[in-house]
Design a protein around this ligand. Structure first.
Ligand SMILES: Cc1cc2nc3c(=O)[nH]c(=O)nc-3n(C[C@H](O)[C@H](O)[C@H](O)COP(=O)(O)OP(=O)(O)OC[C@H]3O[C@@H](n4cnc5c(N)ncnc54)[C@H](O)[C@@H]3O)c2cc1C
Length: 410
């Protein structure tokens, strides 16, 4: 089949890889000049297990505070009615525990297995590291995590509840002064550089015949006839199928097709800093559960990520949030990273549906497939979502059960 993909973020690139592997003729349309320039640019790097990652599932393991110095979600200027409606739905998903947590974790595990296969097969070196500690400052935090831990255990994920001494043996760089009450050790967790992986895979798929049309914006997606309208072109470009992987822009492209998804952009930040002192830096990834901040070792750099704000796309960087990232790094790994120079500071959008899960599969319209809305987990979920969509396009039963991840739930 002749297939168009809209978007060359991590989701679009992995989808192109899977469809091309199945023998399809694939063209990826991307408005930017390279792959992974938007939400996939500087993610925290966390792969599966997914449920304990910051912002993975509404209300899992952390209370939602909207005011005060410790607000989990900052409501800034530039919020519209759609943002407020989303917030209301997000809060009710949290209260009713209606997020498809088990389905999400299943997809994350499947994705990790698929990612490992791809990485080994094509010898992709994407600064991967394994093992994760979820750091707990109090016994109350451990209690709050129990529902999420149960879902992980039910999914067959190795979960070890350990004390502070055991945690320090796993991450010897943890400060002795840090307020560590204990940790959850996830020995099979992985992390890695999302953008690097996307770029390596883009190079590989391009070599294998996938066309990448960079600097090409899609103004409209059409179902009957199936195709895409490229900005500045009068004629629709016809394809047998279109897969929408446009991140936040998917929400803008769907209404013309009579479809809608209640997506919003929850902005977050990451700071990538050169390693300063190896023995004081994390060996792998850690998550500060109370702060919803992660610290990840990516090769010769340390990346701190967190913050969540509902604000306009062009809003200024929020200095107190960035200061919180630096403070958290200093709490756990003082001296581990060089914060005085060569910093990469990034603000990116998590394209979030109210229940934290993406839409993967048929749109309900002929020829149009959806792989979008991956929220806080696009990197963790991309390879599995991509394989599942490729199977559906080929009219094969996906290896993974996609219940709870379809558009019908909205
Ligand atoms: C601070 C932060 C930390 C994060 N950490 C993690 C993490 O640790 N693990 C994890 O799994 N996820 C993480 N995420 C989430 C992750 O970044 C996203 O879920 C993921 O990058 C989404 O990928 P995507 O391909 O759907 O979107 P994008 O990467 O945004 O790709 C969409 C692409 O579509 C293109 N596009 C849009 N409209 C058009 C158009 N009309 N025509 C042509 N091209 C178009 C865009 O230019 C863009 O390149 C984090 C996010 C943030 C903000």
């Amino acid at each position: 089949m002749k297939i168009a993909i809209v978007g060359a973020g991590i989701v679009g690139v992995t989808t192109a890889y899977e469809l091309a592997s199945d023998g399809h003729e694939v063209t990826v349309f991307e408005q930017r000049s390279a792959a992974a320039e938007e939400a996939s640019f500087a993610t925290a790097g966390l792969l599966a297990p997914h449920l304990l990652n910051p912002w993975a599932v509404p209300g899992f393991g952390h209370a939602l505070r909207l005011t005060g110095a410790h607000a989990t979600l900052r409501l800034a200027g530039g919020m519209g009615r759609a943002n407020l409606a989303w917030l209301w739905r997000w809060r009710s998903a949290a209260r009713q525990h209606s997020a498809p947590a088990a389905a999400l974790e299943r997809l994350a595990q499947y994705s990790l297995a698929r990612l490992k296969t791809i990485a080994i097969q094509h010898e992709l070196d994407f600064e991967a590291c394994d093992g994760r500690l979820v750091l707990l400052r109090s016994e109350a935090e451990r209690q709050a995590l129990q529902p999420a831990l149960q879902v992980l255990r039910d999914a067959g994920v190795a979960v070890h509840e350990i004390d502070a001494d055991a945690a320090r043996k796993i991450e010897p760089g943890l400060s002795p002064e840090a307020p560590l009450a204990g940790a959850i050790h996830l020995p099979d967790a992985w992390a890695g550089n999302c953008r690097l992986f996307a770029q390596l895979l883009r190079q590989g798929t391009q070599g294998a015949g996938v066309q990448f049309a960079f600097g090409t914006r899609i103004d409209r997606v059409s179902s009957s006839p199936t195709g895409v309208a490229v900005q500045g072109e009068a004629e629709l470009r016809r394809f047998d199928a279109v897969v929408l992987c446009a991140g936040m822009a998917s929400a803008a492209l769907l209404p013309a097709l009579g479809l809608g998804l209640p997506m919003t952009a929850v902005y977050g930040y990451s700071v990538s800093a050169p390693l300063r002192e190896d023995t004081h830096a994390p060996r792998s990834s850690v998550v500060d559960m109370a702060q919803q901040i992660s610290i990840t070792r990516l090769g010769q750099r340390v990346r701190i990520a967190g913050g969540a704000e509902l604000a306009g796309a062009g809003a200024e960087h929020h200095t107190p949030t960035l200061q919180r990232l630096y403070r958290t790094l200093n709490d756990w790994f003082p001296g581990g990273a060089q914060l005085s120079s060569s910093l990469q500071i990034w603000r990116g959008a998590r394209t979030m549906l109210p229940d934290g899960a993406p839409v993967v599969g048929a749109s309900g319209l002929p020829g149009l497939w959806l792989n979008t809305g991956h929220g806080a987990g696009g990197w963790a979920l991309a390879c599995g979502s991509a394989r599942a969509v490729a199977d559906l396009v080929a009219q094969r039963e996906p290896e993974i059960n996609l219940d709870g991840l379809g558009i019908r739930r909205f």
